[in-house]
Ligand binder design. Sequence first.
Ligand code: FAD
Length: 541
Amino acid sequence: MTADDRNAGPAGPQVDVVVVGAGFAGLYLLHRLRAEGFSVRVFEAASDVGGTWFWNRYPGARCDIPTTDYTFSFDPELEREWTWSEKYATQPEILRYLQFVADRYDLRRDITFDTRVEGADWDDVAGLWVVRTSTGETVSCRHYVMATGCLSVPKAPDIEGAPRFAGEVYFTSRWPHEGVDLTGKRVAVVGTGSSGIQSIPLIAQQAAQLTVFQRTPNFSIPAHNGPAPADRLAQLAADRDAYRTAAKWSRGGVPAEVTDVLGVTAPEEVRRERFEAAWEAGELFAILGVFADQGVNPASNEIVAEMVREKIRSIVDDPETAEALCPKDHYFGTKRPCLDSGYHATFNMPHVRLVDLRKTPITTITETGIDTATESNEFDVIVYATGFDAMTGALVGVDVTGRDGVTLKEKWADGPSTYLGLTTVGFPNFCALTGPGSPSVLSNMAVSIEQHVDWVTDCLVDLRAKGMTTIEPTPPAEDGWNQHVADCAAISLHPTANSWYMGANVPGKPRVFYPYIGGVDNYRAACDEVRATDYLGFRLS
Ligand code: FAD
């Protein structure tokens, strides 16, 4: 935008781009857009940068992708200046990193904190968005990008009586900044997803009594955390560019062996050897890739699942507790497996107890504790690790109104519909980063975020070079992408699980498979091809 445009009065936009969110995605997008000469305003509900890593401060919060990979790669200088201390860094370290990035590129000056974007309306005549915020400020912009995160809207516990509890209540996703002292307290943890599995071993170290309420057991493998892996550091030192390129063109965003060993035909000793190696590696994509067919063939999947269950039975002393901790209602990997540090062994501690809600459901939460079908328990503290309204929660939570007065929430009432997981018909100049229809939560999100940000920035640069101001996908392109996303999911075992990937954890949420399972590599190729073919599937004006 030129100075003349900026002073063009009410008809012209105040800035080129409004970005919502200052996590990994919003920060990098701001950096790239500014470097290309666009004017940008970023709005962030939190009081500082960090996104996920600003909010999720529960004990044990860590990444589950090795931090050598869960990191920005766009600037070799930045990589030289920052050294990760652990294989899986803790939340405080990742937050410090994102604060370091914000300082290094002087990003905060264009970010307005403590401000929620409440609505955005497309003005078809002026060809711009008008963005409304919680402070009453409105800003007009040519392009409106939601970098609002796919795991950023916590899901409230839908348990009878929850508001009645008079003791302390904490949510893993909104853990107090000053920390919580649980020493000597009777603590209940509700939920055994990733946040529960990461926090339970540390909560157990403090609490006088810990009762874990489990509805669904989840597969979890030991992280074997420690210093950043020497082999990975050596590869990066030898040829950083080659390593990062391999990540970009890998299936999940981390360079990993692609095997052609089939679980169903491999000899028992090969199965065992491959499984044990993945178990020892303590890495998500290793355990998800023991066999080439484990994601599509139930028999192959069951081989891996049963080996994990054997491990659980060998760790947990009490056979009944061990059995309750063994996942049997979903295929391995159809929910994101967790990485833990001593989770299963925690149940061998004398003051830790598992309540299997499949056998004894919670009937109500009372003023003093939690009642199940068979018992009443008193607690000082309840910790909810109840997950997120994933992928679409933050997008439809804002009143985004596109052409003809249709809101995003209305358009996506039966499930999201996108072209390339980034754009949607009826909403010109609108982008959602890491949204439904993109690899997002199935991948190393640092890699996926950089890919999205680069594509969006390149697109705006291309539009400007062509003298165009508006871009919107066409209905056939969107239908085609939706079909492709659904076809890929249908080949896999994923849609069989009641997972948050399927929206199953939020009552009333449409049941579809939200992310794109075709792989980071294939997704990148599809996006690159659209750009190379002059934005095939989009209408530019
Ligand atoms: P976020 O970090 O979620 O940031 C979005 C920001 O937008 C938030 O700060 C939010 O306050 C703000 N926002 C949302 N709506 C509004 C609004 N209306 N107005 C103003 N501001 C708004 N991914 C991995 O790849 N590897 C991992 O190891 C990993 N570990 C994770 C651990 C936890 C506990 C969680 C919750 C997620 C993890 N993820 C992981 C996923 C993680 O969310 C992404 O990796 C990444 O941090 C997302 O960055 P983002 O910028 O897209 O979104």
